[in-house]
Every structure is written in C-alpha cells, then in structure tokens.
Design a binder for this molecule. Structure first.
Ligand SMILES: Cc1cc2nc3c(=O)[nH]c(=O)nc-3n(C[C@H](O)[C@H](O)[C@H](O)COP(=O)(O)OP(=O)(O)OC[C@H]3O[C@@H](n4cnc5c(N)ncnc54)[C@H](O)[C@@H]3O)c2cc1C
Length: 450
C-alpha cells in the first residue's frame, strides 16, 4: 500500500523532503510520483501538500468508479488556472495534529433554485477563494439538485477548483433531510476544513442541520471571514450583543469549521471566462419512498417584490423624517424623482411608516447599491452592518456628531426637509445627462452610475 497522488499536484516539491522514507520523487513532467515499495503511509507528505493532492488509499476510494451508490466518479475537465491561486501559501498547520490535520480544503454550498444559482453562492466563492489561497488548498463548490450539472462551468469561472455534484431527482427541491444526508456523506468522505453557506432560508436551515449531524461548530451571519494560517483556523467575525461588539469566533477542536454569510456581504470575484476545474460526481442512494418529507406543492408568494439587494440606488429614511407623511414626502419623493428604491431604518419600520421588508441592517436586509442615501438616520451599528457594501453613502443629518458621518462618503449637516428638496432638481438633471451620455455611447437607456 502507498499514498496516492492526484492530478491536482502542481509539482511544488514540498512533499519530497517531508517524506522520511524517500518514497516520493518528481517525474519528467514535473509532478510527484510515489515508490510503493518504500511508502509506509505515514502521512507526512499529506500534511505538507498545499493543494491536497496526496491522499491515503482509503480516501482515494472516493475517486473510484462510481459504480455503486455512495462511491464517486472523478471527471477531469481541465486544470485550475495558476493565476487564481493568488498569493503563495503561507506556512500552515504547524500546530495541527491527529484527526484535525486530515481535513483539507474550503467548500462552498452552491444554492440553486429551479436550476438558477443563487447569487450569494457566487459571492461566497469569491470569499472562499481568498481563504483557500491563504491556506494553500483547493476551493470546491458543492452542488446538489436535479439536472444541475450544467451549472458547474460557471462555478469554475467564479473561482472553484472543483465541483462536487450530487444530481438526482430526490434533490430537485430543497428538503433538510435529503440535502443534509447527502452533504454530510460528502463531508465524511472528503473531509473539508471549512464550509461556507449563504445565510438564506435554505442555507441557514442546511448549515444548522449539517453542523449538528457532524457535531461541529457553526458561526451564523458572519460579516468578515479570515484565516489564522498557523492553526488553520477560520476567523469568523459577526456582530454580537445586539451589534454592540464585533465578535471573532473560532472553532478550535472540531472540523469542518462552518459559517454562514448573508447575501451582499462578500464581493463576487470577477469571473474568468473559460476557467476550468474538476467535476466529482456523487451517486445518491436515497429513495423517495424512504423519505419522511414530500414536496406536495410549491406556492409562490404574491405581492410587490422589494428586492433591495439588487438595487443600484437606495434612498433610505430614518426617525429623522419625523412622521409617516415626512417619510413619504422626503424618502419616496427623492426615490421616485431619481428612479431609486426605498429603504428604512428599524426606527422607521417600528414607527409603522413602512413595512418590515424595507428594513436595512442587521435584522433587515444587507444591501450593496452603488449609491445609498441615509436620510435622518443616525448610523447605529445595527444599521451600518447592512450598508457597508455600498459604493457611495450620502448622509443627511442635523447632528454633526451622528455616527453615520464616520461611515459616509459624502455628508450634509442639515435638515432633510430643506436639503432633500434642494437636491432633487440638480440630481434629476445630473441623472438625465448621464442617461443621455450613456445612450449616445451604448445605444441603451437606464440609469448608469459613474
Ligand atoms: C438586536 C438589534 C437589531 C437591530 N437591527 C436593526 C436593523 O436591522 N436596522 C436598523 O436600522 N436598526 C436596527 N436596530 C436598531 C438600531 O440600534 C437603531 O435604534 C436604529 O437604527 C435607529 O434608527 P434611526 O437612525 O432611524 O433613528 P435614530 O437613531 O433616532 O436617529 C435619527 C437621526 O435623525 C436625525 N434627525 C432628526 N431630525 C432630522 C432632520 N430634520 N433632518 C436630518 N436629520 C434629522 C437625528 O440627528 C438622528 O441622528 C437594531 C437594534 C438591535 C438591538
């Protein structure tokens, strides 16, 4: 018996001096090879390999034939491009021993609805890419569904080196039972060290179920993710104690380390067209008749779609707008004039001036528009965590010491009832000039923010 070297080997030679038995060498193609007669499977090389290319034979069963349920089939569709590896791997895993050292790689759960990738999954591939590069490991997307194989190409373009695919009719609609069972089996087989999921209704449900089943740690609603490279720890930061402090949470003694992140908190990486990766297909062995839950009907919610997360310009109002009439006049007035969406602070929602679905912040939605107007909003931390992804924040407030002024790009100290009406006409003029200019350049209409 001997260790196996997979095709992800990039010939870095880190394993050669690590092997106490001189069982590894670099072949003519510059890749690592094993001398089976010398290898004793001590695992020293596995620990130093920055791309998790070396496995024990027991783990290698996972890239077997796929003939039986639960086994997998490895399909090569090309190699990850070297550019996406980013910075050189730092010295890692110095203090990892035993079981924990066997876990390698960063995984992102790829949420899809009716065959469409939910954008937060692509955002998490961007974040996961950075974590994986810091650890010097692979980034993988985990794609579950029915007839979703075609989505994998897009995942490589957004940073995944590998896609684990479970494609089966029982996975057509999200059910905790089916998704959790398949996900847990994949984890037990391939041992990732970090798993990221979107803090959507599905992601939150699945993350809790998977973490419980695996008896590991999960940090929900993270706003910042980083790595302690020495201990290979995920540093998961999130607001705590009602948003009054930012807590960095680590999961020292259990693997995988899990975190959920809300949509629009992380930035999507720029896709690299044509970037390729590996597809690993997992044969699902679940039968519909054995399952406890059944999807009888999908009922879609009717009513106005707010969709603040996709908005390019948001005009948000707070308690400083005085009352419902003030909110309507100032906030809706400016938003209608410039073609923006309306948002609100929790104070405005609690005052009953607008529905909860318009609330921005920790207990509302996280937004990332090109321009965010904060009108009569003080800038409490619970509001700020929801708007930090905005390109430009414009604040209007009578109080020069309001915390929003520390966060904004442009601040106007003044009364919204005087400032906003004075802004409307010049802004309308500016935007229609932009529209005319961009129509001339592209032949298309729409609002374009510089
Ligand atoms: C667990 C928890 C979760 C929370 N989640 C959220 C959340 O998701 N979103 C959220 O927004 N809040 C949230 N909050 C509440 C948050 O702490 C603040 O209470 C809230 O954001 C304040 O809203 P505001 O800025 O509109 O009101 P205020 O803090 O009362 O600020 C009003 C501002 O308007 C200014 N002003 C007054 N009159 C005028 C005028 N005429 N012109 C210009 N400016 C004027 C004032 O100077 C003041 O700065 C949460 C709180 C907790 C404890």
């Amino acid at each position: 018996m001997a260790v196996n070297v997979s095709s992800t080997c990039m010939g870095c030679q880190a394993c050669i001096p690590a092997c106490p038995y001189e069982a590894l060498y670099i072949n003519e193609e510059g890749l690592c090879q094993v001398l089976p007669e010398k290898c004793v499977e001590c695992g020293e090389c596995i620990e130093v390999c920055p791309v998790s290319a070396i496995n024990l034979p027991s783990a290698q069963k996972t890239v077997d034939t796929g003939a039986t349920a639960g086994k997998t089939q490895l399909k090569e569709t090309g190699f990850p491009d070297s550019e996406s590896k980013g910075e050189a791997p730092v010295e890692v895993a110095a203090e990892l021993t035993g079981d924990l050292a066997r876990y390698r790689g960063v995984w992102v759960f790829i949420e899809q609805r009716e065959g469409e990738i939910v954008p937060v999954s692509l955002e998490l591939l961007g974040a996961g890419r950075q974590l994986a590069d810091k650890l010097g490991v692979e980034l993988a997307g985990v794609l579950l569904g029915d007839k979703v194989c075609g989505l994998s190409d897009r995942l490589y373009e957004y940073g995944a080196d590998k896609v684990y695919l479970a494609d089966h009719p029982v996975l057509r609609y999200y059910r905790t039972e089916t998704y959790m069972k398949v996900f847990v089996k994949l984890v037990q087989q391939y041992l990732p060290e970090i798993i990221l999921m979107g803090a959507t209704t599905t992601g939150r449900d699945l993350a809790g179920a998977v973490a419980t089943e695996l008896s590991t740690g999960l940090t929900a609603d993270c706003t910042v993710l980083d790595i302690d490279p020495k201990q290979r720890l995920l540093l998961a930061t999130r607001p705590a104690f009602g948003g009054n402090i930012m807590a960095t949470i680590v999961c020292k003694n259990h693997r995988p380390q899990m975190a959920t992140v809300r949509p629009k908190v992380m930035k999507m990486a720029k896709p690299v067209p044509g970037r390729r990766g590996q597809l690993v297909t997992w044969q699902v062995d679940l039968k519909e008749e054995d399952l406890l839950t059944r999807v009888v009907e999908i009922v879609k919610e009717r009513g106005e779609q707010v969709n603040l997360q996709e908005a390019e310009i948001i005009v948000a109002g707070g308690r400083g707008l005085g009352d419902r009439e003030g909110f309507r006049k100032i906030c809706f007035g400016l938003a209608e004039a410039i073609g923006a969406r309306v948002g609100a602070s929790r104070a405005a929602v609690e005052a009953g001036w607008i529905e909860q679905k318009y609330q921005v912040g920790q207990t509302g939605v996280t937004v990332a528009p090109k321009i965010y107007f904060a009108l009569g909003i003080s800038g409490a931390i619970q509001h700020l965590v929801g708007i930090r992804g905005s390109d430009i924040i414009i604040a209007v407030n009578t109080d020069p010491d309001a915390p929003i002024f520390k966060e904004c790009t442009y601040g106007i100290v003044g009364d919204v009832f005087q400032v906003v009406p004075a802004l409307i006409e010049p802004l309308k003029e500016l935007l229609s000039k932009h529209k005319r200019d961009s129509e001339k350049m592209t032949g298309k209409g729409g609002i374009h923010c510089a």
